[in-house]
Ligand binder design. Sequence first.
Ligand code: SF4
Ligand code: SF4
Length: 88
Amino acid sequence: MALSITQACIGCFACKEVCPKNAVTVAEQGFMIVEHRCDECRSNTNGPQCGQICPVETAITDNQGRALNPPGSLSGIPQKSHVIAMTK
Ligand code: SF4
Ligand code: SF4
């Protein structure tokens, strides 16, 4: 199963521009990744190019629903749970 684009996507087109498989498409319901085209950038040592360039946390998820850019990963703002863990 390929990666997915979530409701957090702001439609900036960046992932569409960099995808080497032309797997990102714009549908009526928003940006989508065409499953049979996406190979998750397996041959790229930097990993999924869409995830590398996407400026929005949680906008792209893997096949387990895990965000390629989780909350806090781009903003540098620690999530509440991490702050709580660090202060205990
Ligand atoms: S993982 Fe690679 S092939 Fe798949 S949508 Fe992202 S950039 Fe395209
Ligand atoms: S790079 Fe991220 S925010 Fe931009 S269109 Fe792709 S998924 Fe949406």
